[in-house]
Ligand binder design. Structure first.
Ligand code: PBG
Length: 336
């Protein structure tokens, strides 16, 4: 035996035997995708009876709060455990410090309350960051062209509390300010929300793959410059380990890596080193890229979706935030 492996060589060893037929392939399959692994990100907008298409994300929609129950019902019917809400905040209520993030009646809070009332058992994840609410599209507050860390954290902790009060079960800070997990944990605990979970966008990279999402939210055209002083450099991997360690110390319950497919190596390292619940976000740009090829007939839709999601399981993910959640859940149903 060499390292737990049989040292038999061809022709005694024939790896193809285990691929010989479908039942054997089923028996030896190492990883499985399950509906429980899927989180569906949704976009909510103002207005009545709205269902707006997002040009750069074919198949994705922005829906108004009066349509949100019907929209989310699709996920509930398929058995998807949780949705992540992203609000399309109108320009008229955006300002320099993202004040609207603290409004108990903002779009996110109204959507959350509405969804919670209709589906009390569905998990609701709320993104915490100021970019949907600022008139400059950054995730924090700015002074003399710099994104201020501690002043932003003061707002983010209140934003998290505002969301917890509206019914969000999981707070997902995506802002990448230092110390925000600790501040949010303390604020939640201090207000009786000690069971509200924190899924930290821990290793969030300054990525070009968020472009379509920024289109969907209308923050892309507002943003001047980039987010490199707070989001991570795509060249770094050890730094992600330090971020994970810090977020766990500060009270994060779950860790996220984002984007997904280009960062599978980071997911694997996080999983092996920390052995904590690990999630990935298959972001808007990954979705757009795959959908573009699928719509051109260059890639097979169903197989591409499932293979892309299986990659996350193999890398070590517990779950995946994906705009393909409904499609994947339907495909998993039809496989059974
Ligand atoms: C907000 C946020 C972003 C995404 C999730 N939360 C965009 C950004 O940081 O600019 C991206 C999601 C996607 O691309 O699908 N901080």
């Amino acid at each position: 035996m060499i390292g737990g492996m049989s040292n038999a060589a061809y022709p005694l060893s024939r790896p193809r035997r285990n691929r010989h037929d479908a039942f054997t392939r089923r028996l030896v399959q190492e990883h499985r995708l399950h509906v429980d692994n899927l989180i569906w990100p949704i976009f909510v907008c103002e207005g009545e009876n709205q269902r707006q298409k997002v040009d750069s994300m074919p198949g994705a929609e922005r829906v108004s709060v009066d349509n949100v129950v019907e929209h989310v019902r699709q996920a509930v019917d398929l058995g998807i455990p949780a949705v992540a809400i992203f609000p399309v905040t109108p320009m008229s209520v955006r300002d320099a410090t993202g004040t609207e993030a603290l409004n108990p009646d903002n779009l996110m809070c109204r959507a959350s309350r509405t969804i919670k009332e209709a589906f009390p058992d569905l998990g609701i994840i709320g993104d915490v960051a100021l970019d949907p609410y600022t008139d400059h599209g950054h995730d924090g507050v700015i002074e003399n062209g710099r994104i201020l860390n501690d002043a932003s954290v003061e707002i983010l902790r209140q934003q998290a509390l505002n969301q917890a009060r509206a019914g969000n079960d999981i707070i997902a800070p995506s802002d990448m300010m230092d110390g925000r997990v600790k501040a949010i944990r303390e604020t939640l605990d201090g207000n009786g929300y000690d069971t509200t979970r924190i899924m930290a966008y821990t290793a969030k990279y300054a990525s070009a793959f968020y472009g379509p999402f920024r289109d969907a939210l209308g923050s892309g055209s507002l943003l001047h410059g980039d987010k490199k002083t707070y989001q991570m450099d795509p060249a770094n991997s050890d730094e992600a380990m330090r971020e994970v360690e810090q977020d766990l110390r500060e009270g994060a319950d779950m860790i996220m890596v984002k984007p997904g497919m280009p960062y599978l190596d980071i997911i694997r390292r996080v999983r092996e080193r920390f052995e904590v619940p690990t999630f990935a976000y298959q972001v808007s740009g990954e979705y757009a890229m795959l959908m573009g090829a699928i719509q051109n007939g260059w890639l097979d839709r169903d197989r591409t979706i499932m293979e892309s999601l299986m990659a996350f399981k193999r890398a070590g993910c517990n779950g995946i935030l994906t705009y393909f959640a409904l499609d994947a859940a339907r495909l998993l149903r039809s496989e059974r």
